[in-house]
Design a protein around this ligand. Sequence first.
Ligand code: IPE
Ligand code: IPE
Ligand code: MG
Length: 246
Amino acid sequence: MTALPAIPSHIAIVMDGNGRWAKKRNRPRTMGHQAGLKALRTTIEHCARLGVGTLTVFAFSSENWNRPPSEVSRLMELFLSALDKEVKELHANRICLRFIGDKAAFKSAIRTKMTDAEKLTAANDLLIANIAVNYGGRWDITQAARQVARAAIEGRLSPDDIDESGFADFLALSASPDPDLFIRTGGEMRISNFVLWQSAYSEFWFTPVLWPDFDETTLDEAILAFQSRQRRYGRTGDQVTGAADA
Ligand code: IPE
Ligand code: IPE
Ligand code: MG
């Protein structure tokens, strides 16, 4: 019996292109963010259906504070209202929600709702959905280094014992396996400070599709591309397939 092609255990997505989607329709950029929320809902549901264990999405980067204040405040309003409207149904659908990023920067109403949503959905086991907010890969590595340094100074950790896996325990995604598949919509081919440490061996898939247009078909296409890749982790192709040495 041939094994079924593997569904990625963890998918990470840079949800880009909301502004351009709206601009194409002569609508304000925030309309694009609103439409992007719908695409996120569809993506979470489809991942759950396919048996993807973990989905991590980039919703707001540490650098997105540099946008015009009106767009930032509209994004915060949208975030707050999404926390009010979406959490109940996600919980009913057995989705476990986690927020990763420097949450201290958000106003208390948002922080409280994030904590409440995490508590409510903590035991859900169908899909873990990590929402990256005020997140940056460099922030994550820096905050982990700060924790490691503190542990060393307090004598809880010897510098000689710091290794890659021990260091990763301090990162925001310590509870999740590294992403197998990294998707970016919107046509740009860059990481933009997303999961820097964790994407060391992720398979990358870029699409010009703007995030609000991303749907089940686009996700299936990305997974199909993923399934055609050979992941070698530094070994040779023959080693991976088990073929005899040439
Ligand atoms: C991604 O879409 C959403 C956020 C960064 C919050 P953009 O708003 O970056 O959309 P484009 O790239 O300008 O089209
Ligand atoms: C990355 O998109 C961040 C999110 C999708 C939340 P950006 O639109 O901020 O990235 P750049 O500025 O084009 O690199
Ligand atoms: Mg963008």
